[in-house]
Write a protein that binds this ligand. Sequence first.
Ligand code: PHE
Length: 370
Amino acid sequence: MNLVKTLFACLSLGSAALAQDAVKVGEFASMTGATATFGVSSHNGTTLAVEEINAGGGLLGKKINLVTEDDQSKAGQPATIVRKLISEDKVIAILGEIASSKSLEAAPIAQQNHVPMISPGSTNQKVTEVGDYIFRVCFIDPFQGAVMAKFAISRGWKRIAVLTDAKQDYSRGLADAFRKYFTAHGGAIVKDQSYSSGDKDFRAELTSVKAGHPDAVFVPGYYTEVGLIARQARQLGIKAPLLGGDGWDSEDLVQVGGEALEGDFFSNHFSTQDKSPAVQTFLAKYRDRFHTEADAMSALGYDSAMVLADAVKRARSMDGALVRDALAATKDYPGVTGRITIDDKRNATKPAVVLTIKDGKFQFVESIAP
Ligand code: PHE
């Protein structure tokens, strides 16, 4: 008996080094295209977490093999990729995406196949409503929209113009949440304009915005368009500050918008100026590994992989249904982006930070709790 056990142990030790003893986790991200910094940052963060998990012995003794697919920031790609990750790679779980419209496209496929999916950064409310296998490690837009509306009110701004990206679920949902809170608390939406991702000329919409004499302009878009909008707004003589959400978080924002963004504000998942050891240790490790600065997507990508590993450990299994149950029971997980507790709608409730742009850098202004 003992001899059999010893032999067996030798065999499994030998095979531990083999690739087939690894477990595959799928990731889909916009590594190229219009929102490339989202994909690259979240992928780096996820990679860092996977390397740490593997260095610590892996998932239930098996090394994680992260299978990453680039959706090129294009609609239509997430569905194809996630089908492939599930049917060909047989991944045990899926991490992704950042942009809400991309997560919304993939989520029904993960749900139908009972493969747990964790979005690092998609904040649109509908994402986790797709089904009980869909989770996220970030807050949602009904909260984020209220945060920026509350912030505007606290600054005494009563007249706001809204400029929405009609092509993005994220932008529409965040604009709705902002309007709802702002008007319920005595504010007025003086102009409501929209554009489409990929547009380059916003002067017609901005001319209308200007005519509304707003105290501030809410632009819940993604960084490339927001940078251009800031430039064109200043060229047209709009002096009111621009306000936005997490979609602004990219080093490319300032590359595109330059000085036009000075003094503007946006909400985000964390601040690199947060002195907590969790944030500072993460920033140092990230700098060491990638020779670049981490942003919110990096931290959320890291947290998404860590929360998965924590759930698998508690489930003591890679079975989809058991991992799902363990994810749903996640409580007070100490993430880089704050404590993560998954609520009954599979979302994480966490504070948001408001940042301002000063000398081309993101500066912490305040933290707003749920
Ligand atoms: N919240 C955005 C969305 O849902 C994506 C995003 C997350 C952007 C984190 C920046 C930082 O589309």
